[in-house]
Design a protein around this ligand. Sequence first.
Ligand SMILES: [Zn+2]
Length: 88
Amino acid sequence: MPAPRLRSRSLRKLYRKVPGGRTAIHFKRRKPKAPHCSNCGAVLKGIPRELPYKMRSMAKTKKRPERPFGGSLCSRCMRLEMIKRARQ
Ligand SMILES: [Zn+2]
């Protein structure tokens, strides 16, 4: 039986083969949900799905696409938004 602090459903169970040959259960935090487009709700690409402590050590350029509205709008919605703003 694992320690009480590890019996939580918020932790993910990983079955890992250890050098001794047996399979040990490792407990890890679950990854957060993938970010979505604020306009259409599609899953945003080019954004790593990582835990906050890993995101903090990552370069800003690796955390979102480098274009206008990168990280908040998908590329299609960004294009439509740019056209809308140019036509006003
Ligand atoms: Zn979108």
